[in-house]
Design a protein around this ligand. Structure first.
Ligand code: NOJ
Length: 559
């Protein structure tokens, strides 16, 4: 059987609000993306994942959709979107759209209808429940803080919202709702798109009893995750969706799945089960979170990072497929997080890219990653825009957190780290807009920008181009069996890939000091192998013991 195209592909994620503004209103737009397609083609990526561009009141920047079949005015028109798709296909680039069907906006017509009365035909599209003892129907906490329920006086009931109060959860138990969603998906696929990235898709099946979660000491709310993550009917729904929609098209589907385990990852992506193509899990994104969650800052351990990634590599070796990523629009910038955004910014960004791109799975590049964009540290909360960040600031401030502690947590973890405008050049506003950007540009744009990166043949940008090319020229990168070495080494990330009699060895130094590495005696002979790529000039190529400089990475290949 021919290999599926999405296994060979590299995906690039665009967060349209922050990518490129073509009309000077300070907000990125579809025409801005069209302007930059040649840039993306030059980088070498195959697929673009476009974060939501649908009609939305933007409580959560487009992840709160009020009309699935219309384009947000700020981003452009349906005609412009069609031009985007045509221009992409002309360049042999594929487009996957964000599918957000765990919830809608409260301004979606289904919800507006549903709110009118208990008898309304759309009432059962959502979770409406009476209160319990004058309180919410259960104790679940919203992902963005506070109760996951909101009261509506008109009908004296609450509705469930796992995210913001403007994002009511859809009730997938209702077959009519499911049909509407499948119809909408087919409508987009018939327009010629190449697949979907599915937002929190493993949350769509809730335990319909909606039981209380176990509450933590000192908190009135509890996580209900046990009752909605990978819920009781999730596989039925995905198989039905496959039958009704997905199987009719040659597309790629990737499920965003917080809380998915590798065992579940296999169930979701084993091709024989006919659900999805790949899973986008978060286990490695939680390693720098303390007991109280993401804002409880903790140093990450490389050993733990390797343990998690290895577990997923091994579990999905035969059946299923991984997404490989360090960044997206919800995560801090990886060079600031697992690398060094100071002295070793370029070197560590290349090291991280290498470590990721040679594992087994489909790699994702988030806009700006290819030029080593860093976290931002705005002085004032007034400069932040993200609803999760703002809610946490208010909540924790009320709990007594100092301003310093709050800002440190925000500088390290806020989703806005990923959302500052793409840095195109050194002109004002980094060439993102001629107007006032909706969120400020990172002040390091004069140094870190795409134009400068293209001009410098040793840049991170050109390094990514090389990585992508190697994927296209070496089957082993796509198909080779993964094997983690040096599991207990807290400084080096080392692994091999094997395909027939070919071998590849990847060695990365995750520290800012020199590291020694003795080659695995029998398993790899560097003397007869080729150095495929490295972020450091090497003169000797036949050592038994390798000395790696800070953040050095090397990839050897042997036929
Ligand atoms: C996951 C998305 O990636 C995130 O940005 C969003 O806030 C939530 N889902 C809710 O849609």
């Amino acid at each position: 059987m021919a290999r599926e195209w999405w296994k060979e592909s590299v995906v690039y994620q665009i967060y349209p609000r922050s990518f490129r503004d073509s009309n000077g209103d300070g907000i990125g737009d579809i025409n801005g993306i069209i302007e930059k397609l040649d840039y993306l083609k030059y980088l070498g990526i195959d697929v673009i994942w476009l974060s939501p561009v649908y009609d939305s009141p933007n409580d959560d920047n487009g992840y709160d959709i009020s009309n699935y079949q219309a384009i947000m005015d700020e981003f452009g028109t349906m005609e412009e979107w069609e031009t985007l798709l045509a221009e992409m296909h002309k360049r042999d680039l594929k487009l996957i759209m964000d599918l957000v069907v765990n919830h809608t906006s409260d301004e979606h017509e289904w919800f507006v209808e549903a709110s009118k009365s208990k008898e309304n035909k759309c009432r059962n599209y959502y979770f409406f429940r009476p209160g319990k003892n004058n309180l919410e129907p259960n104790n679940w906490e919203s992902v963005f803080g506070g109760s996951a329920w909101r009261y509506q006086a008109e009908t004296d009931e609450y509705f469930l919202h796992l995210f913001s109060k403007k994002q009511p959860d859809l009730n997938w138990e209702n077959p009519k709702l499911r049909k509407e969603i499948y119809k909408m998906m087919s409508w987009w696929l018939d327009k010629g798109i190449d697949g979907f990235r599915m937002d929190v898709i493993n949350f769509i099946s809730k335990d319909s009893r909606l039981p209380d979660g176990e509450s933590k000491k000192g908190s009135s709310y509890a996580s209900g995750a046990k009752y909605f993550m990978n819920g009781p009917k999730i596989h039925d729904y995905l198989q039905e969706m496959h039958q009704e929609v997905l199987k009719n098209y040659d597309i790629m589907t990737v499920g965003e799945m917080p809380g998915a385990t590798p065992e579940e990852g296999v169930l979701y992506t084993d091709q024989e089960r006919k659900e999805l193509d790949m899973v986008f899990h978060f286990e490695h994104m939680d390693i720098d979170a303390g007991e109280d969650g993401k804002w409880d800052l903790k140093d990450f351990s490389l050993i733990e990072l390797k343990e998690i990634l290895n577990k997923w590599q091994v579990a999905l070796e035969e059946k299923g497929w991984n997404s490989l990523y360090w960044n997206n629009h919800d995560q801090p910038r990886v060079v600031s997080r697992f690398g060094d955004d100071g002295e070793y910014r370029e070197k560590s960004a290349k090291m991280l890219a290498t470590t990721l791109h040679f594992m087994k799975g489909t790699p994702y590049i988030y806009q700006g990653e290819e030029i080593g964009m860093t976290n931002v540290a705005f002085d004032s909360i007034k400069d932040y825009r993200d609803i999760e960040t703002l809610n946490m600031y208010n909540e924790k401030k009320a709990d007594g957190w100092s301003e310093d502690k709050l800002m440190q947590a925000i500088h390290t973890k806020s989703r806005d780290n990923a959302r500052t405008p793409m840095q195109w050049n050194e002109s004002s506003q980094a060439g993102f807009t001629t107007g006032d950007p909706w969120i400020s540009v990172n002040s390091n744009y004069k140094k870190i920008n795409a134009e400068a990166a293209i001009e410098d043949e040793n840049s991170i940008f050109h390094y990514y181009r090389k990585l992508i090319t190697l994927r296209k020229t070496h089957d082993i990168v796509v198909d080779g069996k993964f094997n983690m070495l040096e599991k207990d080494n807290d400084a080096l990330f080392v692994y091999t890939r094997e395909l027939n009699n070919q071998q590849m060895l990847v060695i990365s130094n995750f520290t800012s000091s020199k590291q020694h590495y003795s080659l695995p005696a029998k398993s790899f002979e560097i003397v007869n192998s080729e150095l495929l790529i490295s972020n450091t000039e090497l003169d000797v190529n036949n050592e038994k013991e390798i000395v790696l400089s800070p953040y050095e990475t090397r990839v050897y290949f042997k036929k």
